[in-house]
Design a protein around this ligand. Structure first.
Ligand SMILES: [Fe+2]
Length: 247
């Protein structure tokens, strides 16, 4: 949890008992609450966790205004539409997903902001894992989706992914943020909660400052990563804000 002047971040882990058959495991969702108004947003909700997340929101006395997506996920179905049905939130995708997504209420392009109470969340286009990936910044923190992980980065071989674009997104945009900016990733496979931009500049395995673009692209293009198990269901559903096609 990070506490600043205006907001509190609650990290919502994905508790998945069947990790062997369902690779949504280790997805991270985030509840960001404005401290004074109690207005809140949820970032990258997972459909299976919606009841838990709404219970936590209620326990904390928060009012959810927005369900925000960093990108069109391939590994799990977003909970955005179910949360909208239950609470009336507005669904927000990054501007890069416009044209690919139906069912969003708003697309947030680079430098555009959402306000909830005294808290302002700003979009930063960070394509590369997918062509439409967007990170979201708060003062002192950034939600990087699958662009930048703790010590790693998302795959670049699916959904219009590009190692070249990912390198530029991380090095020119995310690494331009202050070193003490807290990094909240879209996944972590080792139980870590957050990092900082300064740590990743130094210790990220593929994107630390000693690695050049050519080396990074070569490393990414050499990787062989299995297809996400749920991909053929998840991508169409997430292009429809988490509604299963036909429902
Ligand atoms: Fe992803």
């Amino acid at each position: 949890m990070a506490i600043t002047d205006t907001y509190v971040v609650t990290v919502l882990l994905d508790v998945n008992e069947r990790q062997d058959v369902d690779d949504r495991a280790e997805s991270r969702s985030y509840l960001v609450a404005d401290r004074t108004s109690g207005e809140a947003v949820i970032i990258d909700a997972v459909i299976e966790n919606v009841e838990r997340d709404l219970r936590i929101t209620k326990e904390l006395g928060l009012t959810l205004l927005f369900a925000i997506e960093t990108h069109i996920h391939a590994d799990h179905i977003t909970g955005a539409s179910l949360i909208k049905e239950r609470t009336g939130v507005q669904i927000v995708y990054g501007g890069g997903a416009k044209g690919a997504v139906t069912g969003a209420d708003q697309f947030l392009f680079e430098d555009e902001a959402l306000r909830f109470g005294h808290t302002v969340l700003t979009a930063l286009a960070t394509p590369g894992h997918t062509d439409g990936c967007t990170s979201y910044m708060l003062p002192g923190a950034v939600f990087t989706g699958d662009a930048l992980f703790i010590r790693g980065n998302g795959r670049t071989d699916l959904q219009g992914g590009s190692a070249e674009k990912l390198f530029d997104s991380v090095r020119k945009k995310l690494f331009a943020l202050p070193d003490d900016t807290i990094v909240y990733p879209g996944h972590d496979y080792q139980g870590r909660v957050s990092s900082t931009i300064g740590e990743e500049k130094q210790f990220n395995e593929r994107l630390n400052l000693s690695i050049n673009k050519g080396t990074f692209v070569e490393m990414m293009n050499r990787r062989k990563t299995p297809r996400p198990v749920k991909m053929d269901i998840a991508i169409p559903a997430n292009m429809n804000a988490g509604r299963m096609v036909g429902s």
